[in-house]
Design a protein around this ligand. Structure first.
Ligand code: ZN
Length: 213
């Protein structure tokens, strides 16, 4: 939703849903963990009323443990927090799960996978950032593909069911490669809401994603 026009968010979500979108991803930014400020709890509450799709709140904020459970209360079905921002990741993930939502760990491009190794079993999904978080419309960082493959292997070796969500710069040109490398959930912002036909954009992305798999 980072690339959405908020005055018509409800209509755009419906269009994305018709195109086959499975999850609505909301980027929450605080102006501290990332330079940008976006939306908070009231918007998540409104979105909850606007769609039946699962809401995925990606918290790009400092001290996410202070707010994560409030996002579940606001209606998020999935809440992810950054490993770089949380000194007590285990507690935060456990709290999200205890409230009944899926708990995710988000990880920046420059952060090594070893930083989340101990927490993988406590997470339902990992948000692998394929751009530096903070703004929409950035270019996909090519080394993310190799990182994605290594994360897939790490999860498999531990016999875990942790899903991988990839976030940033995915479009029709690279979605097949991203899907083939092992992403379970693919976030698209500009590629969907940056167009004037979100329904068609989602449908074309879904078709492109399965092309080479
Ligand atoms: Zn995001």
């Amino acid at each position: 939703m980072l690339s959405a026009d908020w005055t018509r968010a409800g209509a755009d979500i419906e269009a994305a849903e018709r195109g086959g979108a499975g999850v609505i991803h909301v980027d929450v930014m605080d102006g501290r963990f990332v330079p940008n400020i976006t939306v908070g709890l009231p918007i998540v509450k409104s979105l909850r009323r606007a769609t039946h799709l699962p809401l995925d709140a990606h918290l790009m904020i400092e001290e996410p443990g202070r707010y994560a459970e409030q996002f579940v209360e606001a209606g998020a079905n999935m809440v992810s927090v950054h490993v770089e921002a949380d000194r007590h990741l285990h507690r935060t993930l456990t709290g999200i799960r205890a409230r009944g939502a899926l708990a995710g760990i988000a990880i920046n491009p420059a952060t090594p996978l070893v930083a989340i190794e101990e927490s993988l079993a406590d997470a339902d999904y990992v948000v692998l950032m394929s751009v530096n978080p903070g703004f929409g419309g950035q270019k996909f960082i090519p080394s993310s593909i190799d990182k994605l493959r290594r994360l897939r292997r790490m999860i498999r070796e531990r016999n875990l069911k942790t899903r991988i969500e990839i976030d940033g710069g995915v479009d029709q040109g690279n979605i097949a490669e991203v899907a083939a490398a092992g992403a379970d959930i693919i976030v698209a912002g500009t590629a969907v809401f940056g167009t004037n036909d979100p329904e068609r954009a989602v449908r074309e992305l879904r078709e492109a994603a399965v092309q080479w798999v």
